[in-house]
Design a protein around this ligand. Structure first.
Ligand code: CA
Length: 418
């Protein structure tokens, strides 16, 4: 599909992240206004809540946009999602009859604050990137035993915390935790010295389920995708994770990009998962291409310093799609809810430059890597980490907005009360 031209001229630039083909969903506020639903178009946010209120955006079973989150639209299902996109496309396309009525509902992006785009019901994080699992497994267990025996048969995951999911721009405080090195006699309680990021995509569940769903049904339940940085304290993780998996190491914060890119906008970029190394059981087999060709990058900017891109990879490197993960999540009958967030797992590529965590980039801290003006093994205080993603279409780009966070120093004493 080529670029759909809009009367919002900035949206027609081939490199702009928010053309009419995209229409990502966010929540914004300007000056003293309360947060409200908006859709990005070019250099603007379209105040869709105002459009609905004015009767220009009548959705089936509406109003759905009179709340500062997208969950009501998500729960309304695929017919409403496509009705929303069709109507917005008609209102914003070149030559639209309603332009004069819509134009006052555009707010410059530069003037708004972006908020969490949806209420996160629950957050599940997976470990479904082949290269990441192999790299981490090699560091901890040696290359021979890098992949656990179940890894090629099921997408491995754990139940994370919805309460710690934050929107891009939120500062992340370095956590304290119980740490124990391989040669230490006893654990100690201290700030994490191996604080890290994980480059992931997050799938946002739209329609709920009750009972097992097929991979095809799971794909249809997904409303859209966000960029996701799963902040990880490696030293806390190394001590606590056996035998039940990550706990406090992953509970400080998970940052998501401010815009949910709807699945419909990603359709032209569908791509199959890589070839299977062993056949999957039937309930996890892919009925069609369910990954997406999304170019991803991570950059690091020290305080007062220059930004360095430290990794470039692609979502298509994942071994399992979000649809397969969602299907696996429901196999025992686990109900899935509107607003459930599924982290893909760290997306590393096959090369050193395409690793999606500092743990891998610095090979466990043994090989510090270069950034402008220095080196890094793990995240240092006041470093800003930014994830970016984009799909290149026929004369247009689909972007997610930056997913960024600055790490601020640990508290001097987390238990000191003022
Ligand atoms: Ca993760």
């Amino acid at each position: 599909m080529p670029l759909i031209r809009s009367w919002v001229q900035s949206a027609n630039a081939p490199d702009h992240p928010f053309p009419l083909n995209n229409l990502p969903c966010g929540v914004f506020s300007s000056s003293a206004d309360e947060p409200r639903c908006g859709v990005a178009i070019g250099d603007f946010v379209l105040d869709v809540a105002a459009l609905e209120e004015a009767g220009l955006l009548a959705l089936p079973d509406g109003p759905l946009l009179d709340v500062p989150f997208w969950n009501d639209v998500m729960e309304a299902g695929p017919d409403v999602w496509s009705a929303l996109r069709s109507r917005l496309t008609a209102l914003l396309a070149e030559g639209a009859a309603d332009r004069a009525a819509v134009e006052p509902c555009l707010v410059p992006l530069a003037d708004v604050t972006l908020h969490m785009p949806f209420l996160v019901s629950e957050y599940t994080d997976f470990y479904a990137g082949r290269h990441h699992a192999f790299n981490v497994g090699t560091m901890f267990r040696g290359a021979e035993n890098a992949l656990p025996p179940n890894w090629l048969h099921i997408p491995i995951g754990y139940n994370g915390r919805a309460s710690s999911v934050v929107v891009s721009g939120t500062e992340v405080r370095r956590p304290w935790g119980q740490l124990k090195g391989p040669n230490d006699d006893a654990p100690r309680f201290a700030p994490s010295a191996r604080f890290d990021i994980e480059l992931e995509m997050g799938a946002v569940v739209g329609t709920p389920s009750d009972g097992p769903v097929t991979v095809a049904e799971a794909d249809a339940m997904i409303f859209g995708y966000v960029l996701l940085n799963d902040w990880s304290a490696r030293d806390i993780q190394a001590w606590e994770y056996q035998p039940l998996g990550p706990f406090q190491a992953k509970a400080t914060a998970t940052t998501i990009s401010p815009w949910i890119v709807m699945r419909a906008a990603l359709e032209p970029f569908r791509t199959p998962t890589p070839p299977r190394e062993v056949p999957l059981l039937p309930h996890l087999q892919e009925p069609g291409p369910m990954l997406y060709d999304i170019a991803l990058e991570v950059s690091l900017t020290p305080e007062g310093g220059t930004e360095t891109v430290i990794s470039r990879t692609n979502y298509a490197e994942m071994y399992y799609s979000a649809a397969q993960q969602l299907a696996q999540h429901s196999t025992c009958g686990c109900p899935m809810n509107t607003g459930d967030l599924l982290g893909s797992g760290t997306i590393s590529g096959p090369t050193k430059e395409s690793r999606g965590s500092l743990l891998e980039l610095s090979w466990g801290g043994k090989e510090p890597f270069a950034i402008a003006g220095g080196t890094r093994s793990f995240v240092e205080d006041n470093d800003t980490l930014t994830l970016r993603g984009r799909c290149k279409g026929d004369g247009y780009t689909i972007g997610f907005g930056d997913c960024t966070g600055r790490v601020i120093p640990a508290l001097a004493d987390p238990y000191k009360r003022t």
